[in-house]
Design a protein. Structure first.
Length: 462
């Protein structure tokens, strides 16, 4: 209007002329005329009121969103008083609900709702905005990995700002993808387990981002993941509840598969698929083997299975090494395995000890090499002593006596093997030293101090 009527410099002049025009035509009492006049006079709240009456409050996505966005623009331009912030929040939440209810069949509505609410999820704004976003995330079940990844990338900055509710919503999305792949495991096999574990790792990364600056809570998580996690079912359940859900699910899955693998190795069950363990270890080994005991245990059991499958002549040495690693104490000074798993590993070690004894009795003692080291035998003896104080079953007591006898003979063989290896090293060093007996003065700079003294003495003798 400024271009058409340059003599009208302000909206006040325009409202004055409009008022005069309405009076001339006896239209000053009409509702729309009064609304338009009020807006030109500076009552910007009437804009929101009119839009709300014309469809902004109907629950339809488009008019509700337009009303909310216009209110945001007016607030940002400071054309509405600060007291209108609650109205802005109400319109924003109404628009979010309208978008979700209008697009329930796909992830577009969830993405649009997230983009609408995300700029307002700040500590200074109404907490209802963050709560609405978190509730929408918790209710949403993505149909594809792309939908889930897109939403998680959008809201991750909010998680890093320590929003526990949004973190819970993200974990809900991740668990929905994990459940999807677990339910379809029978169709696609172990590859689905690998994808499910990859999603759990993503959840653990989000939980790490949430606890990044909370050293006390992070220490609690580290202690819980590395201490007594195998000891009993009650401890496992409490571990899942005392820290991140994804970490708890990873621990629980590793424990379950570890028990299944051990039963498979002992011949008690054939329902476990070794490929499942291999896929889990492939995802978790590099990042979490040193920090989560359950991952380390599963990795060692998987190595034992692979050694048996490979039929390598030196597989017994590999199996003995992994059994020793599992039965050793961790950084907290305790064995993380439950007594039933310790017992199973000792039963796995018994055939190796018996086979070694047969080879030792029929072959030459000088050519024999023990699979277990003296340290490994001592560790197993300690575990046998611990288990013997817990069981009074006659069959297990008889097996314990057999284990003690096998371990005693195994200790003898381990000492013989280590002494033979030590003797070979000494002989090798002596041969290397004897090769340098023909010392010459031209290479004196390359000799050790002892060899230099010998050369000087040899020259003096001449």
């Amino acid at each position: 209007w400024k271009w058409c009527r340059p003599n009208l410099s302000t909206t006040n002049e325009l409202s004055t002329r409009l008022n005069r025009f309405l009076r001339i035509h006896n239209a000053d009492n009409e509702g729309f005329s009064q609304t338009l006049l009020a807006i030109l006079e500076g009552n910007h709240g009437r804009i929101i009121s009119v839009l709300y009456e014309l469809g902004g409050g109907s629950g339809a996505a488009l008019p509700a969103t337009i009303t909310s966005l216009l209110c945001n623009l007016l607030m940002k331009s400071k054309l509405l008083p600060p007291s209108s912030e609650e109205l802005q929040t109400d319109l924003l939440l109404a628009a979010a609900d309208a978008i979700i209810s209008s697009t329930t069949s796909n992830g577009i509505g969830m993405r649009l709702t997230t983009l609408l609410l995300l700029p307002h999820c700040t500590p200074k704004r109404d907490i209802r905005i963050t709560a609405t976003l978190a509730e929408a995330l918790e209710r949403f079940c993505p149909r594809t990995d792309a939908e889930a990844k897109d939403l998680l990338d959008l809201v991750q900055p909010i998680v890093q700002k320590k929003s526990r509710r949004v973190l819970d919503g993200c974990i809900s999305i991740i668990i929905s993808r994990v459940r999807y792949y677990e339910q379809h495991q029978q169709i696609a096999g172990s590859n689905n387990i690998k994808t499910a574990m990859t999603w759990l790792v993503r959840g653990m990364e989000l939980e790490d981002a949430f606890y990044s600056n909370d050293t006390e809570q992070q220490q609690k998580v580290n202690d819980a993941t590395a201490n007594h996690i195998f000891y009993s079912d009650n401890t496992i359940d409490s571990a899942v509840g005392c820290f991140g859900s994804c970490v708890g699910l990873v621990i629980r899955k590793c424990i379950q598969v570890s028990h299944d693998l051990l039963e498979l190795l002992l011949g008690k069950s054939k329902s476990c698929d070794p490929a499942v363990a291999s896929q889990i270890v492939l995802v978790l080994k590099d990042e979490y083997e040193d920090t989560i005991d359950s991952v380390r245990v599963l990795s060692s059991l998987n190595n034992i299975v692979n050694a048996i499958i490979s039929q390598d002549p030196k597989s017994e040495i590999t199996r003995a090494l992994e059994i020793t690693k599992l039965l050793m104490k961790n950084q907290h000074g305790c064995c993380p395995l439950a007594p039933i798993m310790q017992w199973g590993l000792l039963l796995l070690a018994l055939p190796i000890l018996n086979n070694e004894q047969k080879c030792f009795d029929t072959g030459s003692a000088t050519d024999f090499q023990s699979a277990f080291t003296t340290q490994g035998i001592h560790v197993m003896m300690e575990r046998v002593l611990h288990i013997s104080t817990l069981h009074e079953d006659e069959k297990k007591l008889e097996k314990l006596d057999e284990l003690r006898e096998a371990l005693t003979k195994g200790l003898m063989r381990a000492i013989i093997t280590e002494n033979a290896l030590r003797k070979q090293d000494i002989l090798k060093q002596s041969r290397t030293y004897s090769d340098k007996k023909n010392l010459t003065s031209t290479e004196i700079n390359s000799y050790s101090p002892t060899e230099r003294e010998e050369l000087v003495q040899k020259m003096l003798d001449l």
